[in-house]
Design a protein around this ligand. Structure first.
Ligand SMILES: [Zn+2]
Length: 92
């Protein structure tokens, strides 16, 4: 008889809530949101958010289970960059 050990990671984040933690890249306390909320706040697609994280353009925290939380200051900075570059309102 074998016993399988299972690890579960449980976190509960109520919709539209954020929490504040120290962001090392901002060198300040910042609001962190889930990827879902980052999508809602920014209008970026989930894939774009992940791409920005992988490119090092978004500040994030990753739990031991692989869940990401995004720093809203870095999210806002990337939204501004996108607007400045004129990519946000393509009409083609
Ligand atoms: Zn930050």
């Amino acid at each position: 008889m074998t016993t399988a050990a299972r690890r579960h990671e449980i976190y509960v984040v109520r919709r539209r809530q954020h929490f504040e933690l120290f962001c090392e890249q901002c060198a300040a306390v910042a609001k962190f949101v889930t990827i879902d909320d980052a999508v809602l706040f920014s209008g970026f697609a989930t894939r774009e958010i992940v791409g920005l994280v992988e490119a090092g353009k978004l500040h994030f925290l990753e739990t031991s289970g692989g869940h990401l939380f995004i720093c809203r200051k870095s999210l806002a900075a990337n939204q501004s960059a996108e607007l400045t570059e004129g990519n946000a309102f393509q009409t083609t």
